[in-house]
Ligand binder design. Sequence first.
Ligand SMILES: CC(C)(COP(=O)(O)OP(=O)(O)OC[C@H]1O[C@@H](n2cnc3c(N)ncnc32)[C@H](O)[C@@H]1OP(=O)(O)O)[C@@H](O)C(=O)NCCC(=O)NCCS
Length: 218
Amino acid sequence: MRDLLPPTVAVAIAGPDDWTGELLPAELACLSERAAQTRRRDFAAGRMCARRALRDLGLAMTAVPAAADRAPVWPAGVVGSITHTAGYCAAAAAHTTDVRSVGMDAEQHREINPGVRRLVLLPEEEAACARLPGGTCWPVVLFSAKETIYKVWYPIVRDWLDFHDARVELDPDAGTFTARIAPTRVDAAQVADPPSSITGRFVIADGLVRTAAVLGRG
Ligand SMILES: CC(C)(COP(=O)(O)OP(=O)(O)OC[C@H]1O[C@@H](n2cnc3c(N)ncnc32)[C@H](O)[C@@H]1OP(=O)(O)O)[C@@H](O)C(=O)NCCC(=O)NCCS
């Protein structure tokens, strides 16, 4: 993810020990006692990465609990994002003085089934994927971009954004995506300056699709 985000954003990628890292009490309290082992490992890796990203911002060690809506609760003055997929986990954090919101997502680079595709992609996005160069599962790149967009959007607006509320265009040569956002559910007027456009970057490597986006200040 380091390659996808500006230097104002601290990024940490999970190493082998992070998946079994020790959680702080406030974090442990967010995990259901019935959570499966994979969920425990993912959650732990995310928190270990979050801790390192916060340290790189110059902050003392602090818990990053999860809110009831599952969004991570970053310390005051910080925005951040966490993603995990099989064998990969990363966290990003930045000072709110530098960054309004940050999001990132990692997915396995593989086809997604037609039902999920219909749920995620607008017909024009589906058609655009068919025109892009072969050898890449473009729908999963769009899916990941939309997950990233949601993670940028949600901390600002605190409400749902449907997959069809964002129209994403990919530029495969530049490794960038641009989303035009027209929320159907949120009364955007109630939120100060909701984002109507989000630009991000993507990379496909080592069997993964990684996407990230940042909304700067001003
Ligand atoms: C929340 C969501 C985006 C997570 O994405 P995912 O690919 O399933 O999983 P990832 O591993 O990449 O990310 C999970 C992390 O996202 C973070 N997260 C969860 N809810 C979040 C929210 N509302 N806002 C920001 N971050 C959130 C958490 O840190 C979570 O990890 P944790 O539970 O271990 O703390 C996804 O589950 C979801 O609900 N998507 C539907 C909404 C959407 O994407 N709309 C598209 C708009 S264009």
